[in-house]
Design a protein around this ligand. Structure first.
Ligand code: AKG
Ligand code: FE2
Length: 343
């Protein structure tokens, strides 16, 4: 575990100090990442679902990251999606560049190696990506102003990936909606509180490929993905077993490895949820370095509220001593601004 001292990291919710050697016990003081069993969340008994929501509350307030098992997404759907990622990134660069993300108005398509810089102090990220979203026609002018809607862009040379990747996407939307209900319960809200804001439009899914970095001499300014927090409400990440790369920063400045665990996804809180919860839920900083010597693929799904939603601090997360830290903000504008800063 490496430790990082006293640097400032720019996030959409303001600069964040990356602490070192703190001795106070405080949120973010963790040495391992909890595992949530979602069987309870799928139980017909509300008391079970609340029990699961309590565990989610503990994970979000202490760590900001947790694994989920028994998530109901079939193994085959996941492995087919990973196969699509391998096939897509194996295409010639020329083919992939035909759907270059910067040529699209709605942030869909291909990002080449070093095409993103997640950590402003870095020199580009050592991964390539392929972004897709929910396909819909804007229902209002304000909706279309975000320019996030519209069709996905599939590679001409590999039309076969569309069906399996879309299938995985749809499973993620279902899972994400379930998780939103769990988040609502965990915050003492009606289970359906977020339902009307999550039609699935506010979601971006990425296929990512991290080529191996030199094991002995990693350039700390050019990581697989530099230190960052996510923008949306929460992220559900699929990792391949046996290939360790993701690291999560605790409040003592230590990087804790989010080792891939069989049958699980990794979930983390993003900056939008930190805003909803007045920073009660931690949008924890993380990064990925692929030192394994083999190619690594991962599939994050960034789950957010629909872009027309106003994100505002929930009353249940404020008190006299904890007044709202954030002003209400339009979800679409917020996400678009964060994307503009990254590309
Ligand atoms: O690939 C990973 O393990 C992490 C990806 C990630 O943090 C992101 O895309 O925001
Ligand atoms: Fe991330």
């Amino acid at each position: 575990m490496a430790s990082t001292t006293g640097t400032d990291l720019v996030t959409g919710n303001g600069p964040r100090k990356i602490l070192s050697n703190s001795i106070d016990l405080k949120p973010g003081d963790f040495s391992s990442i909890p595992i949530l069993d979602l069987s309870l969340a799928f139980s017909p008994d509300l008391l079970d679902r609340k029990k699961c929501a309590e565990q989610l509350f503990d994970a979000c307030t202490r760590v900001g990251f947790f694994y989920i098992k028994n998530h109901n997404v079939p193994e085959k759907v996941i492995s087919d999606c990973f196969q699509c990622a391998r096939d897509f990134f194996d295409l010639e660069s020329e083919e992939k560049m035909k759907i270059y993300i910067k040529d699209s108005e709605n942030y869909k398509g291909y990002t080449p190696l070093l095409g993103e810089n997640t950590d402003p102090a870095g020199r580009g990220d050592l991964h390539e990506g392929f972004d897709i979203g929910y396909e819909y026609t804007p229902s209002s002018t304000s909706d279309s102003e975000h320019k996030m809607e519209g069709t996905n862009r599939w590679p001409e040379a590999l039309p076969s990936i569309k069906a399996p990747v879309t299938k995985y996407f749809e499973h993620m939307v279902t899972l994400g909606k379930k998780l939103f209900q769990l988040f609502a319960l965990s915050l003492d809200l009606e289970e359906e509180y977020f339902d009307r804001m999550v039609s699935g439009k506010g979601g971006i899914m990425r296929l990512l490929h991290y080529p191996p970095q030199k094991e002995d001499n990693v350039d700390m300014k050019q990581l697989g993905i530099g230190a960052h927090s996510d923008y949306e409400c929460f992220t559900v990440l699929a990792q391949q077993e046996g290939i360790e790369a993701l690291q999560v920063l605790n409040s003592s400045g230590e990087w804790v490895s989010a080792v891939p665990l069989e049958g699980t996804f990794v979930v983390n809180v993003g900056d939008s949820m930190a805003r909803w919860t007045n920073d009660l839920y931690l949008s924890t900083i993380h990064r990925a370095i692929n030192r394994t010597g083999v190619r690594r693929y991962s599939v994050p799904f960034f789950f957010g509220v629909d872009y027309e939603t106003t994100i505002e601090v929930l009353e249940s997360c404020t008190s006299e001593s904890r007044p709202p830290k954030y002003k209400p903000i339009n979800a679409g504008q917020y996400i678009k601004q964060r994307l503009n800063e990254t590309y």
